[in-house]
Design a protein around this ligand. Structure first.
Ligand code: NAP
Length: 253
């Protein structure tokens, strides 16, 4: 079976490792090309956008793709929407790998918000020291609240023109330990953490560190996946789904 895996996540990398060398599948991993040093992958890789729904639909047809696995980040909503539409137009099987959300635990001081503008608003009008771990693309609402002091952590540095004044930039890629997160929060005198509800284990330690320190967390809710798509939570479940599809192909179903 020919597969296209939309990646950029831990789950996509795990699926790529599971697929590498499995002769039942010929898989290509697709990356957006956002990070300067992507994690090396054991599969054939293509890098860069497809050119919208039409471009992706064309790719699926041209390469005879039997199944599209959307293992992009829970906040990569545009790519997920495009994947659903392109799969529908071309009649390609689609599976979305969506890791579970983080849930608040006893002792957490979370404020749930629906987007970045609401997150910046939830910081309030009194200056605070804020750790922003929302990625590089979504900084404009915080630049519009320049009375806070921001520490911004992202994999690659955000463009200078997107930054709030006096922001400190930390470039780092997870996984992070709770001890490291605690040290960061304490050393920088952080009062509040802003994060997307990305889920997963690689960046969860900051939540435990914030809980132990009694810090507020502004938690940005994730966008809902397109209606009607088939969802699994892990790379292992995606592999099981692929094995079923492969078996069905052999039976001529
Ligand atoms: P997005 O806003 O949903 O997508 C924007 C455009 O980027 C898409 O329309 C597509 O361009 C291109 N694109 C996205 N993912 C792609 C992929 N895997 N392969 C080829 N093209 C892709 O996506 P995003 O939030 O910028 O995320 C970009 C990448 O970073 C994704 O691979 C995602 O898994 C990863 N990532 C995102 C986040 C996050 O918080 N958003 C966090 C960690 C990792 P065309 O329309 O031209 O096809």
């Amino acid at each position: 079976m020919k597969l296209l895996v939309l990646g950029g996540t831990t789950e996509a990398s795990a699926l790529a490792r599971a697929l590498a060398g499995d002769r039942r599948f010929t898989a290509t991993l697709s990356l957006a090309g956002r990070t300067a040093n992507p994690v090396p992958q054991p599969l054939d890789c293509r890098i860069g956008g497809f050119g919208g729904v039409e471009g992706l639909a064309h790719y699926l047809s041209e390469h005879g793709i039997d199944a599209l696995i959307d293992a992009t980040h829970p906040f990569a909503a545009q790519m997920t929407r495009h994947a659903a539409l392109a799969a529908q137009f071309t009649g390609t099987k689609l599976l979305v790998v969506l890791r579970p959300e983080w849930r608040a635990e006893a002792g957490d001081r979370w404020v749930a918000v629906d987007g970045m503008v609401e997150a910046a608003g939830a910081l309030g009008s009194t200056p605070r020291r804020v750790l922003l771990t929302v990625g590089r693309k979504d900084l404009a609402p915080f630049a519009a609240a320049p009375w806070h002091r921001y520490v911004i952590r992202s994999v690659d540095a955000p463009p200078g023109d997107a930054l709030p004044p006096h922001a400190e930039i930390i470039t780092a890629r997870g996984p992070f330990t709770e001890a490291d997160e605690r040290q960061l929060l304490v050393e920088r005198g952080i009062e509040v953490l802003v994060t997307k509800n990305s889920g997963g284990s690689a960046t969860r330690a900051k939540l435990a560190a914030a809980r132990r320190l009694g810090l507020q967390v502004i938690m940005v809710a994730r966008p809902a996946p397109p209606a009607g798509v088939e969802l699994v939570a892990t790379a292992a479940e995606a592999m099981a789904w692929l094995e079923l599809q492969h078996a069905a192909t052999l039976l001529g179903a």
